[in-house]
Design a protein around this ligand. Structure first.
Ligand SMILES: *Cc1c(COP(=O)(O)O)cnc(C)c1O
Length: 427
């Protein structure tokens, strides 16, 4: 599939049926797999042969969908996880351990911010947050001898900042560590971070990839470009024998292109078990088959609504990297010439009360804790996720009480704008 365009990969990547085999990917709804001799099975347990033995580690349906995502991102190997949270945790924990340090953009998804700043801290893994717009000097200054990974989001949820992937990759590589990029919002249809120097790409497939709000899931893609053996002192987990598999060394046995995903599967999935179900993987694949058709519409609707909002007197400011007024306009054009995503955030004059009235009167856009699906939805942090904060605390956190995050779906943009217009009139 590697010579085909991304549109073709979305539809047919990851699975090519043989004669008489199902045209749609089969759902292998089985926890386990049969073998003729225990010697046959023993080889799988020793990682001497590849094959399936238990769906906590690998399942054929999940592997077909992972292979499609690897093709879409231009990676060498990929795996599915049970959620986006699991994908980011596994991607980091595969190369970090107690005593390690991570440099991360501060402008990331709240769940990931908490994972890094609170939960991984309890495991003895420290993080230094850097501004996404930090200079190279500032980024360099955040690194330590024990830094093992650099992390950021292509378009951050919900701040909508855009990561300068080339700059982050350059700094990470100068310190001999890989750059991990969460590419959930643009999807590989609009940006492929590996082409700009990212080493590992993660996804919450719950968002645009599924695209219908139907299945929670995640994915990790390895570029195969990071030379672990050249930094063997930093990555003993990949570059020294694993006693839990009779002393194999991943980077030697599986090579630069497969070591990272093989280790994450055979160690982290084995021990932590955040698997995606074959049913969910099947649903995810249905979403992927139309991802290249849906993304341009999300972008079209996002841009149309952002431009409309900019002209309304009830709106104080609009955040959307596709707007010429955005500080991220130029960088977004560089990394995402066809647009980024359909999520827009804006601030209403009149704070919490205005936001409440506006949202209550929307007819098409539903109030939901979600983004990136076919149906337009929105959320007011001040009355939902950040409800406990006072006006002063909200201001200090950079979340104005009148701020609304809206994820534009696939409806007709004229209907969406008319809906927003009538709701604005009620303020
Ligand atoms: C939603 C989201 C996650 C978390 O994914 P889940 O599938 O909800 O676990 C991680 N990163 C980004 C950018 C997200 O939007």
């Amino acid at each position: 599939m590697s010579n085909y365009k991304i549109n073709t990969k979305c539809v047919q990547g990851g699975y090519t049926p043989g004669n008489g085999e199902p045209r749609q990917i089969p759902i292998v709804q089985s926890t386990t797999f049969k073998y003729a001799t225990s010697e046959d099975m023993g080889k799988l347990f020793d990682l001497e042969a590849s094959g399936y033995f238990y769906s906590r580690l690998q399942n054929p349906t999940c592997d077909m969908v992972a292979a499609k995502i690897a093709e879409l991102e231009g990676g060498s190997a990929a795996m599915l996880t049970g959620s986006g949270q699991a994908a980011n945790f596994f991607a980091l924990f595969n190369i970090c351990e107690a005593g390690s340090h991570i440099v991360s953009s501060s402008s990331i998804y709240g769940g990931t911010f908490n994972l890094l700043g609170v939960t991984m801290a309890k495991m003895g893994i420290e993080v230094t947050f850097v501004a996404p717009d930090a200079s190279e000097e500032e980024l360099n200054a955040a690194f330590r001898d024990n830094t093992r990974a650099m992390f950021g989001e292509t378009i951050a949820n919900p701040a909508l900042t855009v990561l300068d992937i080339e700059k982050f990759a350059k700094v990470a590589h100068a310190h001999g560590v890989p750059l991990i990029v969460d590419n959930t919002f643009p999807t590989p249809v609009n940006c492929r971070p590996i082409e700009w120097g990212a080493d590992i790409v993660t996804h919450s497939t719950t968002k645009y990839m599924d695209g219908h709000g139907a299945a929670v899931g995640g994915a990790i893609v390895d570029s195969g470009n990071f030379d672990w053996m050249a930094h063997a002192d930093k990555y003993p987990g990949l570059c020294t024998p694993d006693e839990s598999y009779h002393g194999i060394t991943y980077a030697e046995k599986f090579g630069q292109k497969a070591a990272f995903i093989t280790k994450a599967t055979s160690q982290l999935m084995r021990d932590l078990g955040c698997v995606q179900s074959p049913q969910s993987a099947f649903i995810l694949n249905l979403g992927l088959e139309s991802l290249h058709v849906r993304m341009p519409r999300h972008v079209e609707n996002g841009l149309a609504v952002a431009k409309f909002l900019e002209q309304q007197e009830q709106v104080v400011s609009v955040n959307y990297p596709g707007l010429e007024s955005s500080p991220y306009y130029e960088i977004a054009k560089k990394y995402m010439p066809n647009g980024g995503c359909g999520v827009v955030s804006f601030e209403l004059a009149g704070g919490r009360a205005a936001a409440e009235s506006f949202m209550k009167h929307l007819k098409l856009a539903a109030i939901e804790t979600h983004v990136a699906d076919a149906r337009t939805c929105c959320l007011n942090p001040a009355t939902s996720t950040h409800r406990q904060m006072s006006e002063e605390q909200l201001a200090a956190a950079g979340i104005p009480a009148g701020m609304i995050r809206m994820s534009l779906g696939l409806e007709d943009k004229e209907d969406l704008i008319a809906d927003i217009k009538q709701a604005l009139a009620t303020i």
